[in-house]
Design a protein around this ligand. Structure first.
Ligand code: HEM
Ligand SMILES: Cc1cc2nc3c(=O)[nH]c(=O)nc-3n(C[C@H](O)[C@H](O)[C@H](O)COP(=O)(O)O)c2cc1C
Length: 559
């Protein structure tokens, strides 16, 4: 029998948002209660002499007029509840930064240095009302969770005059003309639409690779170097079976929704959209650490019967030390069938497209454009830590971001249950090889050591067609992950877009299987592909005459 929780969750993400949350609908939280609670400690922070000096110094740096200085002095004495927008606007520097959230003014100067999204993101709204920007990215619980890291200044008096930016007006108009889903034939179509309906900055954040973006392109081109060797005249039914097992869990399709930050920029319901579609289609969802909802908020909406993995990475040593606590929480969550820990994040990749776009934003000062996002010192994380994690849980422990055959062998020898061959969608080390190439290498090395059955191999990056998925499975992958296609589909069309994406891939996979002459996923094998050219990387020489003459395939037209 279905539990009431299951019934609740089988509805669409949107209907759930309208009122079925156990603790009331997700909405902006009024911070007034919380901020009052914090006033004691915050006032004491303000009365901290070093903070006063810093505020004073910053104001002298940022203001030149005597009246502005007078304003500052008056602030030092004032009680919360009467800070004018004009005053907030004075605090818009790295060493003196205020923002407004839900009508409350916060000093975030110190927080800038530790903000997981980097200082530059906050500086784009320094001295301004950040509410809209903040909630377009963060979960409703983030503010409550992090309040102790901010210094509360007081209540805003009046409002900021906010003009709707021109870009937003244009995007709204584009959305009114968006092609119907019936005109979306493939995953690239979603990308073409997302480019037109997302703010430039958001699209750049999604689309960016690292440096010169060789890896991001090669991820995809590698699939173009593998061709099929179909078997004809096979005794197969038309109704082919696309189901398979991931780490012993039955799923209906051989791909999964990979983990990615920033879903809320694509759609307000963010990961709940993904969860709803994954549940409906019995597709594996890898839940990201950087989810738009807290762990408890999110799992409240996940039925016990759903299949999910959890992705985690260690921003700092504290997170590594606290991991056993999180593992306990994940073990209590029946939907979680595996933990995937990133091993490709010793530093953040040089994501130039994203950085360049931000620097082009006229609202960002020159000084700011030189600040690179998220220059974080990720925690040192070694094979010994992997051993400890494996020993601490009964959940399968898996590694995401492995990039050479030798490391797959090491992982198998140590009891890691699965690896994802991935270069983070080309966002980390440029010129790291396409995962499809690493797959071929890893399979050979595992075979040599008789370790083939000890570990499952998944891969992600550049997968855009059902045929890509089939090729990877033929070459020995257990399943294939995708990131950007889901973000793009969600950005244009929300949950129906995601549903459409799954249907497109299902159709392509079934079609390919029939034409290859196989009935089941387990029938896919190396004899069905010719990958002799896989190693012949040719990062497409610029054949400009040819390129100009070639008529490219086009995206759907706007109405
Ligand atoms: C409005 C200004 C802000 C912007 C534009 C912004 C942007 C971002 C972005 C883009 C990320 C994701 C980082 C990544 O993908 O690598 C992030 C993460 C994060 N930010 Fe902010 N942020 C802002 C203000 C704040 C404030 C005021 C807080 C604290 C109250 C905060 C707390 C966090 C936390 C905890 C994370 C880690 C992910 C999470 O747990 O949600 N941010 N931020
Ligand atoms: C915008 C964006 C954010 C991402 N954030 C994360 C993340 O937080 N954790 C993670 O393990 N991988 C993250 N990834 C990488 C994806 O999990 C996946 O490896 C990659 O998207 C696969 O390439 P594809 O986008 O070409 O399918 C992110 C990818 C994108 C595009």
């Amino acid at each position: 029998m279905l539990s009431s929780k299951f019934v609740q969750c089988s509805r669409s993400a949107a209907s759930r948002l309208r009122g079925s949350f156990k603790n009331g609908p997700l909405r902006r939280q009024s911070v007034s209660g919380g901020s009052r609670r914090n006033i004691g400690s915050l006032t004491s922070k303000l009365s901290d002499p070093s903070k006063r000096t810093r505020a004073l110094k910053a104001s002298i740096l940022t203001t030149t007029s005597a009246s502005a200085a007078a304003l500052l002095y008056s602030f030092l004495d004032q009680s919360p509840g009467d800070i004018k927008p004009s005053e907030v606007m004075l605090h818009n520097q790295m060493d003196d930064c205020w923002i407004v959230l839900n009508g409350e003014v916060y000093d975030v100067t110190d927080f800038l240095q530790v903000h997981p999204g980097g200082a530059a993101r906050i500086m784009q709204v320094a001295g301004r009302d950040a509410t809209r920007t903040f909630y377009s990215i963060h979960s409703d619980s983030t503010l409550d969770r992090m309040k102790d890291s901010l210094v509360y200044i007081g209540k805003l008096k009046g409002q900021f005059h906010i003009e709707e930016p021109e870009e937003e007006i244009t995007l709204r108009e584009m959305r009114q003309k968006i092609p119907p889903l019936a005109r979306i034939f493939n995953l690239s179509d979603f990308e073409g639409i997302a480019k037109e309906v997302l703010p430039k900055g958001t699209f750049a954040y999604y689309a960016t690779g690292a440096s010169d973006e060789f890896s991001i392109r090669e991820n995809h081109y590698a699939y173009g170097r593998v061709f099929f060797r179909p078997k004809v005249l096979q005794d197969i039914e038309y109704d082919v079976d696309t189901s398979t097992e991931f780490l012993g869990t039955k799923v209906d399709l051989p791909f999964y929704i990979s983990a990615f930050a920033g879903s809320k920029l694509a759609h307000p319901l963010a990961e709940l959209n993904l969860q709803a579609v994954a549940e409906k289609e019995n597709v594996m969802q890898m839940v990201p650490k950087q989810c738009s909802y807290s762990v408890d908020e999110f799992f409240e909406h996940v039925p016990d019967t759903q299949n999910q993995w959890y992705q985690y990475h260690f921003d700092n040593l504290e997170e590594l030390n606290n991991f056993p606590k999180l593992i306990k929480r994940l073990e209590e969550q029946p939907s979680i069938k595996g933990i995937f820990v990133n091993v490709d994040l010793r530093d953040i990749g040089n994501r130039e497209k994203d950085t360049r776009q931000r620097s082009a934003d006229t609202t960002v000062s020159k000084e700011l454009s030189s600040i690179v996002t998220s220059k974080m010192a990720y925690a040192k994380f070694t094979w010994k830590d992997v051993d400890k994690i494996i020993a601490s849980t009964h959940l399968p422990v898996c590694l995401k971001g492995v990039q050479r055959g030798e490391d797959v062998v090491l992982a198998a020898e140590r009891g890691v249950k699965a690896v994802v061959l991935s270069n983070h969608g080309g966002r980390q080390l440029d010129f790291s090889r396409p995962p499809l190439e690493v797959l071929a290498e890893a399979r050979t090395m595992l075979k040599e050591k008789n370790l083939e059955d000890k570990i499952e191999i998944y891969l992600d990056g550049g997968v855009r067609r059902g045929s890509d998925i089939i090729k990877a499975l033929c070459m020995g992958a257990k399943g294939v992950g995708m990131g950007r296609p889901f973000l793009y589909a969600m950005a244009g069309y929300g949950e129906p877009g995601l549903e459409h994406l799954v249907q497109i891939l299902r159709g392509e996979i079934q079609n390919n299987m029939r034409l290859l002459g196989v009935e089941r996923i387990s029938d896919l094998n190396e004899s069905l592909v010719d990958f002799k050219s896989l190693q012949f990387r040719n990062p497409r020489a610029n054949d400009t005459l040819y390129d100009q003459g070639y008529m490219p395939l086009s995206f759907p037209a706007f109405r």
